[in-house]
Design a protein around this ligand. Structure first.
Ligand SMILES: *Cc1c(COP(=O)(O)O)cnc(C)c1O
Length: 236
């Protein structure tokens, strides 16, 4: 397994570098979030052994078990990102175990994460997820809600808003992907003067990392290309 995952990682890094070269960005300007949801701890360890430190999870309870198990084994320098839909009855777990929460999209969740962040952990980094796919059912706030959400989150002592996150439509054309990702970058640039800590643009997945990097992504969230296809046989 070690070999497959480290080979996959080498390929993903090469793909990221090629995408950076195409638009004259430095490879250091984009980092990799390894999306390990539904995947076993053994695979996370393989990616860790290959040098990765940022991991993304989508199901709170599954993630908390994996984080606790890895911490017990001494893996203390992993940066854990929560990227899934947030149910308000899970915010306590998320606030206590994660370093970055990227999928924040409403006021109630902002307030709960702040209230439930343990004092000894230091401020929780969050990103606001914006609905850039314009699909009705999708996660993410609407653009018009950003000023209010940014103002609320920034006023709270135990949260730091570090960026914006977006998921493009799965079947979007090359042009639509570029348009969605460019839009998110424009929003970051618009609010970044008022909120200087708003620096990250989390966008790009296995199938659209090139477009995301061309549009200015600072973090790509890659699962399938590293760990293989996911099987969903549980509902967390
Ligand atoms: C699962 C997931 C990913 C990873 O998707 P892949 O297509 O497997 O690379 C990225 N972002 C979010 C929000 C996800 O839920």
């Amino acid at each position: 397994m070690q070999n497959i995952i480290s080979e996959n990682l080498a390929q993903v890094h090469a793909q990221m570098k090629a995408a950076c070269d195409l638009c004259s960005r430095t490879p250091e300007s984009v980092h990799l979030l390894c999306v390990s949801k539904t995947k076993p701890i053994s695979m996370i360890k393989d990616a860790y052994a290959a040098g990765e430190r940022h991991f993304g999870e989508s199901y709170a309870l599954e993630a908390v078990d994996k984080i606790a198990a890895l911490k017990a084994e001494g893996f203390n320098d992993i940066v854990w990102h929560f990227i899934g839909p947030i149910q308000s009855n899970k915010t306590k777990h998320i606030a206590a175990h994660f370093d970055v929460v990227e999928s924040v999209d409403r006021l109630k969740i902002i307030e709960r994460l702040n209230d439930q962040r343990p004092d000894e952990c230091g401020p929780l980094k969050i990103m606001l997820q914006v609905n850039i796919s314009h699909e009705e059912q999708k996660q993410g706030c609407e653009e018009e809600e950003l000023p209010q959400l940014l103002a609320s989150a920034s006023s709270l002592p135990k949260l730091t808003v570090i960026g914006l996150m977006g998921v493009a439509r799965i079947d979007a054309s090359h042009e639509e992907l570029l348009a969605s990702f460019n839009r998110l970058r424009e929003l970051k640039e618009r609010y970044n003067t008022q909120y200087p800590e708003l620096q990250e643009l989390s966008m790009g997945m296995t199938h659209d990392l090139e477009e995301a990097i061309a549009a200015g992504s600072t973090e790509v969230r890659i699962g399938t290309a590293i760990f293989g296809e996911r099987e969903y046989h549980h509902k967390a």
